[in-house]
Ligand binder design. Structure first.
Ligand code: FAD
Ligand code: NDP
Length: 426
């Protein structure tokens, strides 16, 4: 025995919220759609957790950042789901899925069947133990993936005001959390293995701008090394971290942001996987006709680059969800997903956007001391990627448009001289 729905969304994060809104716009009837989520709250804008949620003054709290406020759409509170006859099964982990029989089994023992399944299980944070370091369970070692993690981080942060934080990882979580902790007047040291921060996206020149800015806010950088072990006090709290270079840093709080793994395990052996995610076509449909996948977990064809990619960013989660629902509800009308990769971050008073792909040769432009600067990436004679810090709305729109057009570029020095004007006049 169990319940049956026409549409089931597995996972209750960003993509689930945007998919729900699109389902209602496409005319789903009350009682047809169900969302099952391990989290105890309705879908929310995850990016808020490393930004507004951690602020010392007027921090963001639910219900203010339920989806879909992040894209200036309606805010979907639990009441909204009720009014639309959408069943929210919260605080419930799905422990197995039988794709052939179209059934899910929850950890509470309920069987839920579907006609169409939308997988939106996102990803989990990688643990230090996966790199051979024990101690993640200590109460002052924090990860940041969901609301429970964010509440935990705020509690530890408040208990160590003016204390020392060590942030492990120089990627998105590391950079955003380091900034938020510094705003909370905590002494922050950022530790990562690469030669500069955001190594997968930033050039050394871009990175040095942000590193100098962070240093001006009191953040210290320890580069080219990794954490090897913790020192604990008698209550099991971490007191210090030991690094591979032999040094030791005192720590009242440790934040770990060392990457993620997509939550694919329920589907291994049932669906085709690629690039660590669930492979989908341009309609976000998996190797099983009745199953679609969106967001962090989906590996989809990026038309612009002619290859399959998995993107771990909110804009892709929102748009892939919307596209999948259109493909499900209006299969004849909907085309192939045509997506321009878009990443952004906001820290302190800074704000950058990136569009496209950071391959090929980077051409920097603008005045790096003025706060408005950027870079283009040129591959095989064409513009493929654009980065801009401190731009206006129009300028960001211009670099997005220019990147999507992939214009030919012959003279890199001239492109550097033209700078933003190149995108603004295209
Ligand atoms: P998620 O939002 O992670 O949702 C997955 C959901 O599935 C969760 O609710 C999870 O509990 C549930 N789930 C998983 N497995 C099961 C199961 N077996 N049973 C039931 N439920 C399950 N991106 C940006 O572009 N800009 C940003 O500024 C930005 N900031 C971020 C800040 C933080 C702190 C984090 C963690 C991420 C940030 N991201 C940002 C990335 C962005 O949030 C993700 O790309 C986006 O959330 C992906 O959406 P999703 O729906 O695929 O997955
Ligand atoms: P990232 O992949 O951005 O960064 C992980 C960083 O940790 C990399 O610098 C990585 O180095 C480094 N690292 C890996 N292993 C170790 C180790 N053992 N010790 C120290 N450093 C290590 O992941 P995050 O955890 O920062 O972010 C998690 C997810 O959240 C991502 O999907 C991200 O996109 C998302 N997010 C996005 C934001 C945004 O878009 N603004 C904001 C916050 C989160 P290496 O490159 O060598 O592996």
């Amino acid at each position: 025995m169990g319940r049956a729905f026409v549409y089931v969304i597995l996972g209750g994060g960003v993509a689930a919220g945007y998919a729900a809104l699109e389902f209602t716009r496409k005319g789903v009837s009350p009682g047809e759609l169900c969302i099952i989520s391990e989290e105890p709250v309705a879908p929310y804008e995850r990016p808020a957790l490393s930004k507004g949620f951690l602020l010392p003054e007027s921090p963001a709290r639910l219900p203010s950042f339920h989806t879909c406020v992040g894209a200036n759409e309606e805010r979907l509170t639990p009441k909204w789901y009720k009014e639309h006859g959408i069943e929210l099964v919260l605080g419930t982990r799905v422990k197995s899925v039988d794709v052939r029989r179209k059934k899910l089994l929850t950890a509470t023992g309920e069987t839920i069947s579907y006609k169409i399944l939308l997988i939106a299980t996102g990803a989990r944070a990688l643990k230090l133990e996966e790199f051979g370091v024990d101690g993640s369970e200590a109460e002052n070692v924090c990860y940041l993936r969901d609301l429970a993690d964010a509440n935990g981080l705020v509690n530890v942060m408040q208990s160590c005001s003016s204390g020392n934080a060590v942030v492990i990882g120089g990627g998105y979580i590391g950079m955003e959390c380091a900034a938020s902790l510094a705003i909370n007047k905590i002494n922050v040291t950022l530790v990562f293995p690469e030669v500069h921060c955001m190594a997968r996206l930033f050039t050394p020149k871009i990175a040095s701008y942000y590193e100098e800015y962070y240093q001006s806010k009191g953040v210290k950088f320890v580069k080219g090394t990794v954490l090897t072990s913790f020192e604990f006090d008698s209550s099991g709290k971490v007191m210090a971290v030991n690094l591979r270079d032999g040094s030791q840093l005192p720590a009242d709080l440790v934040v770990v942001g060392i990457g993620i793994r997509p939550n694919t395990s329920l589907f291994e052996g049932q669906l085709t996987l690629e690039k660590g995610g669930i492979k989908v076509n341009g309609k976000m449909q998996t190797s099983n006709d009745s199953v679609y996948a969106v967001g962090d977990v989906a590996a989809f064809p990026v038309k612009l680059f002619g290859e399959t990619r998995r993107l771990e960013h909110v804009d892709s989660a929102r748009k892939s969800a919307k596209h999948a629902v259109a493909a499900i509800m209006e299969p004849k009308k909907s085309g192939e997903f045509d997506y321009l990769p878009f990443f952004y971050s906001r820290v302190f008073g800074l704000s950058w956007q990136f569009y496209g792909d950071n391959v090929g040769e980077a051409v920097h432009f603008g005045d790096y001391s003025s706060g408005t600067f950027g870079a283009y990436w040129i591959s095989k004679g064409h513009l493929v990627g654009s980065f801009l810090e401190g731009g206006t709305k129009e300028e960001y729109e211009a670099i997005a448009k220019a990147t999507s057009l992939k214009p030919p570029v012959e003279d890199l020095a001239e492109l550097g001289r033209q700078g933003l004007n190149f995108a603004l006049t295209i």
